[in-house]
Design a protein around this ligand. Structure first.
Ligand code: ADP
Ligand code: MG
Length: 244
């Protein structure tokens, strides 16, 4: 069974085409990166897959169901964190448990506590459970958000630029954790990133996107030099790493 199946997907805002004729199929139990420059339509695609944007054309199946028919428990979601009020008075475990209860848990006990601690331990963050969110580093906060997204054992985990605001070491840790989680849980992971080096290193499949689908396939095939030039208009700049 495919985790995600997309056929002839297009979306416009007014006269502006944001996504144009996307076609790809994500096998179950795989790690997939969606790569493209700013404004490429990555977040828009993710919102369509999550059932948050409905006025697309084409056909989408998530585990054989339309996005708005799927049981929300099957999908974990880590939105892009742009700003968060760091003085928000809450503990890490409360944020994780809110993923179980879909409301703010004013105290976390019993089964919710056990499951929240288990999710935190899966992302090596059990020690953060009773720390105030305001005290966490960017990398720690992102791990807590990841724990929240997996607390219901979803079959699909979707992350939008999870490394935003994290230092380089925290970033490498996060990707390694995510890769291990994917392998152990057999969930399918769909991660948005503008960093093709990260995608190349961690993914089974890559979708390279700039409004139009540039490529979909193995990292080696999808991120060829010619494809990267098509998607980004250039390759290299500050990174001088050879891709293949
Ligand atoms: P990415 O995540 O790849 O940076 P987005 O999917 O966020 O790209 O956005 C793609 C384009 O669509 C951008 O030019 C953005 O300004 C535009 N866009 C996003 N949401 C809306 C909206 N609700 N109305 C109009 N334009 C939008
Ligand atoms: Mg985005």
């Amino acid at each position: 069974m495919s985790a995600v199946e997309v056929k002839n997907l297009s979306l416009s805002y007014g006269d502006i085409k944001i996504l144009e004729n996307l076609n790809f199929s994500v096998p179950e139990n795989s790690f997939v990166s969606i790569v493209g420059p700013n404004g490429a339509g990555k977040t828009t695609l993710m919102k369509i897959l999550l059932g948050l944007i409905k006025d697309y054309t084409g056909e989408i199946k998530i585990f054989e169901k339309k996005p708005d028919e799927i049981n929300p428990q099957m999908i974990g979601y880590v939105p892009q964190i742009k700003t968060m009020d760091r003085n928000f008075p809450a503990l890490a475990i409360e944020l994780v448990a809110s993923g179980l209860l879909r409301k703010w848990p004013w105290s976390v006990g019993g089964k919710e506590k056990d499951n929240s601690l288990k999710a935190l331990s899966l992302v090596k963050a059990e020690h953060l459970a009773y720390r105030p969110l305001a005290e966490l580093s960017g990398g720690e906060l992102q791990r807590v958000c990841l724990a929240r997204s997996i607390v219901r054992n979803p079959k699909l985990v979707v992350l939008d630029e999870p490394a935003t605001g994290i230092d380089a070491i925290g970033e490498a840790d996060l990707y390694n954790l995510l890769e291990k989680y994917q392998q152990n849980s057999k969930a399918t992971v769909l991660m948005i990133t503008h960093d093709w080096h990260v995608a190349h290193h961690h993914s089974d499949f890559v979708l390279l996107l700039n409004r139009k689908q540039v490529s979909f396939g193995s990292p080696e095939d999808a991120l060829s030099e010619v494809n990267l030039r098509t998607a980004f208009g250039h390759i290299g700049h500050e990174h001088k790493v050879k891709i293949n």
